[in-house]
Design a binder for this molecule. Structure first.
Ligand code: 2YJ
Length: 269
């Protein structure tokens, strides 16, 4: 699992407006609309929850606090129109502080897991699953629906699993490739309707719609990108050769936190 670095996230907050505009340009939908769509809802359905206090808690265990991480998560939540704060303390003290300050939802991440928890509702959203679902929703919007369409999913970890669940629900024909065949097999057994592929080059040549959900670089080469290609790439770092970005000319969705956090929020609130 990729650990975010300070320089992965240091411009996210200031570019949220621009990022949202870009999503609207590519998909005709905003960040909030993508997150809501991943749950079969509309953003207006969450409007009544805007005053629910949301606390983001820095976590220092493992490799420690990432400068700006909690603040960036809070800024995304704020951008979506929800009341939120970052706890001044970290860890257990921060959780206690958040609850004392009235938080009903908390966001917190260590080196392995990033979760949102609705304290009274008992709901938990995992960043991996939510990110996969959010990106699959973005791909569905970009492609104008997925019914009967072939989608290649690269990466069968938690993000890939979240994506596969949404894609199959939308009626897509999902093929999964993972460098670890056992992981693909496990995903196939968990989610009905998923086919396993073992040759990535063949699969890429046959599929225009791709979810790239690996933590690796240089997974997709430019020769596989056609005029009909659309790629949703939740993986960090971006798994596409640089020439792909130009060839996709906008039909690429990639960010470090935004879609995942928005989808987590709407999942628990
Ligand atoms: O609170 C902090 O500043 C840190 N403890 C944040 C750590 C963020 N965690 C990661 O980047 C992990 N790789 C987990 C991310 C889960 C992505 N699905």
């Amino acid at each position: 699992m990729t650990r975010l670095r300070e320089d992965d996230i240091d411009t996210v907050s200031e570019k949220l407006y621009e990022y949202n505009e870009n999503l609207r340009h590519i998909l005709g939908k905003s960040l909030a609309e993508i997150a809501a769509y991943s749950l079969g809802k509309k953003p207006e359905e969450f409007a009544g929850k805007r005053n629910v206090p949301i606390g983001v808690i820095p976590v220092s265990c493992g490799q420690g606090v990432i400068g700006g991480f909690a603040q960036t998560v809070q800024q995304i939540v704020e951008f979506l129109g929800f009341r939120s704060f970052v706890a001044t303390q970290s860890d257990v003290g921060g959780l206690a502080e958040a609850v004392r300050r009235g938080a009903q939802v908390v966001f917190l991440a260590d080196d392995d897991q990033f979760v949102a928890i609705h304290l009274a509702g008992g709901k938990v959203a995992d960043n991996g699953e939510a990110t996969g679902r959010g990106y699959a929703a973005a791909l569905a919007l970009m492609a104008g629906g997925l019914l009967g369409k072939k989608v290649l999913l690269i990466g069968a970890g938690p993000v890939g699993t979240g994506a596969a669940a949404f894609l199959t629900q939308q009626g897509a024909q999902v093929s999964v490739y993972d460098i670890d065949l056992e992981k693909s097999e496990k995903l196939r057994q968990t989610i009905d309707g998923v086919t396993v592929v073992s040759n990535l080059s063949v699969a890429l040549a046959e599929c225009n719609l791709v979810v790239e959900a690996t933590p690796a670089v240089d997974v997709i080469a430019g020769k596989y990108i056609t005029v009909d290609s659309m790629v949703a790439a939740p993986g960090i770092p971006l798994g596409l050769y640089s020439e792909c970005v130009e060839k996709l000319s906008g039909k690429l969705i990639h960010d470090v936190l935004e879609i995942g956090v928005a989808t987590m929020l709407f999942t628990v609130i």
